[in-house]
Design a protein. Sequence first.
Length: 394
Amino acid sequence: MVNAIVKQVLPALRMLASRENVLTIRLDDREIFSQIQSEEEVRELPFILDDSTILVVDETTNPAEIISDLEVKLSMWKEDRSWYPDYVWIKEIGLVAMAPNASQLDEMLGGTERDYSISPGRLLDKIAIVTGAAMGFGAGIAEMLFKEGANVVIADWNDTEGVKMADNLNKNLTSNRALFVKVDVSDPVSVEGMVTAVTKHFGGLDLIVSNAGVLRAGSLDEMTPENFDFMTNVNYKGYFLCAKYASSVMKLQSKYRKGYFTDIIQINSKSGLKGSNKNFAYAGGKFGGIGLTQSFAMELMPHKIKVNSICPGNFFEGPLWSDPDKGLFVQYLKAGKVPGAKTIEEVKAFYEAQVPAGRGCRVIDVFRAILYIIEQEYETGQAVPVTGGQNMLN
């Protein structure tokens, strides 16, 4: 019940309490708050400073009524003062801290104070989820988003590498923060839980990069129904689930802040633009992903949610291709996709020769496309090729 409330209330509150710049907010719903009965008890908490301002919301069960109460009380608060409160205490739900950035939220909710600098990045204080971000291409995207000032959620099934990735980003003395959330993108309960966790921790969502993907090459004779289902569930269904649950938060933000744009970006593939020999399960899912992108774009643009795909060329340097045991070079060699090839080096040279730019795609190439998609407000439903000229639009 609490999760259902906060998923609706926090994105609305984030927009209602923001002025020129959009705030970052966080819900502290520890068990102690179910026992607190008065504002005075809140003020006795050790991390609440004497001069902190607190707005109290009495409604606890109906999200629409909570939001309505917030609209009225925040409007009155603004008329009486030139600033918004530091905290909103929603009785029986928890304490919401509100600040310009995530590092300040850490301090406001009892975290260790630290010196930090405001990032000069182009995505300052945006809230971004990247699925499949523990390693490889996703990790590279997450790192670049973080360097541009975004609060980044490392969403991955691999909790060991995911936690390590988030911890490494948080070592930076900047105002933005990283968070790891374990997720299985093929499971609706897991994806919805991811979006709820992000909403509680940062207050909303501005960008989701649906990057998690798997690939198992094989001909019709070799492909098992189990492997086909596995790829379809991650690559196709996973994108649908990410768009479904992310857009529910983004719609609320658009409703309560006029003209506020957000983005859903699928990391697709050049295999979504052209069939792939003995790789039909992967290519089929990616073709389908572009169909989802175009359809989502038409449905969501009225809510100022842009939906686009990016279709990278071959990322030869990453583990998807170069892993010595399971990488595509090994798989393609075994599947005989490159006629006459006897070694991994010969397979790699064959694919590099197909690219006019003479090399594989890199993270920075895709990231520049991501920045373009976020910063423009006029284009949606596109499949943007980043292939070094290997795939050209007709």
